[in-house]
Design a protein around this ligand. Structure first.
Ligand SMILES: [Ca+2]
Length: 269
């Protein structure tokens, strides 16, 4: 199409929007893209900073004991909790280890219906096995968002993101939408599961929230285990609804710049 225009078409200028129209087009394109990335029909946007229950690492572990209803546990080993500033790290020496709200009196266990959990965490590399799960069990069922070194999967190993999670902090959000009976995963503000969500991992009579290394292996591969280190900046959850995150400004900017670059390239052709 562009080649034929260059070969002396007299209506060449009609192929391109004016700069003003181009800007409008780019802005519209960007907004449409952002809406598509961040929106889900039945989710409303809520920053985790407005969640009902918010725990920095130092609200989970005081340097000696797990606090505020949290317990460090696992099978067979404890998670090796340690403070790093206001962050808490899990330093495993055994097969599994996690923190949990599971004493029948935490806000998590008093919840019902839709819920949202967000964890900001950094995974360290451990021969490809490093990572942790966000295990949400409520309403007679559970879903287990699985954050690995270079992917985010469910417990069955279905891959929803192949971005690197090692060495930098990222936001991971697990949402249960009770209206649609569906789960949604977000990474750094972007929806990574299909638009309609995914199903429960399994039914469960437990009501508990686990953050950490739950399991020996996932999809035939070793998960976590000795020398696994995960640093948590915060764990936040809200049992009053299914909330999507505010898209990150950086993501929005990248979308805008991408659209602009595409537009400029087309103008040069
Ligand atoms: Ca493990």
């Amino acid at each position: 199409m562009y080649k034929s225009c260059r070969k002396g078409s007299t209506h060449n200028h009609l192929s391109y929007p004016s700069p003003m129209k181009l800007n409008t087009l780019l802005l519209t394109t960007s907004l449409v893209t952002l809406t598509a990335v961040g929106a889900n029909a039945s989710l409303s946007v809520l920053s985790s900073s407005a969640f009902q229950n918010k725990f920095n690492g130092s609200d989970i572990f005081d340097g000696t004991n797990a606090i505020n209803g949290w317990a460090g546990t696992g099978s067979p080993n404890d998670p090796g909790l340690a403070l790093s500033g206001s962050n808490v790290s899990l330093n495993l020496t055994g097969t599994n280890g996690w923190i949990q709200h599971d004493n029948d009196a935490t806000p998590w266990e008093l919840g019902t219906g839709s819920w949202t959990v967000e964890v900001r965490a950094m995974v360290s590399s451990n021969a490809g096995a490093g990572g942790f799960t966000i295990w949400g069990a409520l309403n007679g069922e559970r879903n287990i968002m699985t954050i690995r070194e270079s992917s985010v999967t469910d417990l069955a190993g279905n891959v929803f993101s192949v971005n690197n999670n090692v060495g930098e902090f990222h936001d991971f959000r697990l949402v249960y939408d009770g209206d649609d009976d569906a789960y949604h995963y977000f990474r750094d503000g972007s929806l990574i599961t299909p638009a309609g969500g995914i199903d429960q991992q399994a039914g469960s009579g437990n009501t508990r929230l686990i953050i950490g290394d739950c399991c020996t292996g996932i999809a035939g591969e070793t998960f976590g285990g000795p020398d696994t280190v995960v640093e948590l900046e915060y764990v936040r959850y809200d049992n009053t609804g299914a909330f999507s995150p505010v898209p990150e400004p950086a993501s929005s900017l990248l979308v805008m710049l991408g659209a602009l670059a595409l537009g400029l390239r087309r103008r040069r052709e």
